[in-house]
Design a binder for this molecule. Structure first.
Ligand code: MN
Length: 339
């Protein structure tokens, strides 16, 4: 599976690595581990992302290897690169944010490594395995195939990528392969307690308070199979929290017994609506997200939709309820005890 990619890494010298907009810890961990590997074997590497690393994710990049893409500063560098490597991104160049516009024009020779189920290919060489719980599993296997050294820093980056992309080993794609890889990463120096603390226990009190506010607003619908909430910019501003910090909010609704889909709609600063969908994997929500120009996994997907918050929320709820009705029968007795 890795022969072609290894050959490309061997034959070329200058690499640019990038990933999807608003990169999560899987995206960042993969970039950093591959960056270190390539530098170790004597290559020139630059990691360029459209968006800055979220404050809560910066611990994974202590050497500040990741650069925020700026056209004036970096377009020459991209032109001079032999190979562009796209990690953890599906759905075409637009998924990469601003750098995607440039890349779709320049068409550099490109390799993509990803675990999203999107069938659309947009790079020259693609290794896509949607059975992997995280792209970090694939990067680990690439590094093993390369017989490269996996340092403690690389092991930490890959471990935290898998930890977060599997929702702490709870999401459906968590597999024996996932646990075998993480077992090796622990042996290589990744400390689970330390990394879980860094990944999860760094929130501001205001963020937790906003979470409480969102839970207070959360509504149950479709006989208890759906929960949803909507947050506007005024609320976010009142709590001093940015939309990008709400990463785990959508999945909280899945903790309610009987819930099959959890929806969170958040107004963005530019007046659109970021829609986050979570489901138990029996009900794929990524097709819905794709209809709205987004994407993701069967059980975790999202899209940014134009329109007013309440309009988009109504539209999303109607579509989700239709999906629920087409996939599952409503319960005989609606859940009791609801307000
Ligand atoms: Mn991922």
């Amino acid at each position: 599976m890795w022969d072609e990619v290894l050959d490309i890494l061997r034959r070329h010298n200058r690499f640019v690595i990038t990933t999807h907009s608003n990169p999560d810890l899987d995206a960042l961990g993969c970039e950093l581990a591959l960056d270190e590997h390539l530098r170790t074997i004597g290559k020139q590497v630059c990691i360029l992302n459209s968006d800055p690393t979220a404050r809560l994710h910066r611990f994974v990049d202590p050497q500040r290897r990741i650069r925020v893409y700026q056209p004036r500063r970096h377009d020459r560098l991209i032109e001079g690169a032999d190979v562009l490597i796209v990690l953890d991104a599906s759905g075409g160049w637009k998924r990469l944010g601003r750098i995607g516009d440039t890349l779709s024009r320049m068409h550099p020779y490109s390799v993509r490594i990803d675990h999203h189920p999107d069938p659309q290919s947009f790079t020259d060489v693609e290794v896509v395995d949607d059975s992997a719980a995280a792209t970090a599993e694939l990067i680990f296997e690439l590094l093993r195939a390369a017989a490269g050294k996996i340092t403690e820093a690389m092991a930490r980056a890959l471990y935290v990528a898998i930890l977060t992309d599997t929702g702490s080993f709870r999401y459906p794609k968590t597999s024996p392969r996932t646990h075998r890889i993480t077992a090796e990463l622990i042996e290589l120096g990744a400390n689970p307690a330390d990394l879980a603390r860094l990944a999860y226990n760094q929130y501001s009190l205001n963020l937790l308070r906003l979470q409480g506010h969102m839970l207070d607003l959360m509504q149950s619908d479709a006989g208890g199979r759906l929960v949803w909430s909507a947050l506007d910019q005024n609320t976010l501003r009142a709590y001093g929290v940015r939309e990008a910090e709400l990463d785990n909010f959508a999945s909280l609704g899945m903790q309610v017994a009987g819930v099959l889909v959890s929806v969170l709609c958040v107004e963005t600063p530019d007046g659109r609506v970021k829609v986050s969908l979570r489901s138990d994997a029996s009900l794929p929500v990524n097709d819905l997200a794709a209809e709205w120009g987004g994407g993701g996994h069967a059980s975790a997907a999202g899209a940014t939709v134009s329109g007013a918050l309440h309009q988009v929320t109504d539209m999303v709820l109607a579509r989700v309820k239709a999906l629920l009705d087409s996939h599952t029968a409503p319960p005989q007795h609606p859940a009791s005890g609801e307000p």
